[in-house]
Design a protein. Sequence first.
Length: 181
Amino acid sequence: MSTINLHVIALGSKNPAKIGAAHTTLLERWPDARLIPVSADSGVPDQPWGDTETRRGALNRARFSLNNTPEAALGIGLEGGLIETEFGVLANAWCAIVDRAGRVGIGGGVAFMLPPAVERMVRDGWELGPAMDALTGISESKTKMGAVGILTDGLLDRREAYAHTVKLALARFVSPYFGAP
């Protein structure tokens, strides 16, 4: 049986953008951190709608990755979703981080508007990634710059956007103000 290592962290995804976000963030905090990507089912629809469903997907991925990586101290789940607003459909992202004591850290943000053509496609049942691919002709954009990278013309890419949510979710584990588990 493996021993838990405080600097081994499991990530519930093998998506390169999500791996890059988690890896970069973890190395900022723990230079000797080792990230183990794990294929994890989110337990929510492929295209989550609403913050609750999107957060649930992130939490499910975090728990699955931790439960299936015995040497890991933390499990991270990242999930992108869509929310209905007074400005139309926005894309957003959530991160959940869990530890073996049962603590949960949540971070979210990076909500942005979608072009009308993409908004129509996601309302018709498309996932955001394939809708952006169809609009732009870019293959598998969600594993690269993502919708946020395309729509900001490179000012912010998917890896950077997810990195912010990871940092916010880590607050639960690095700030003394949350107290002991």
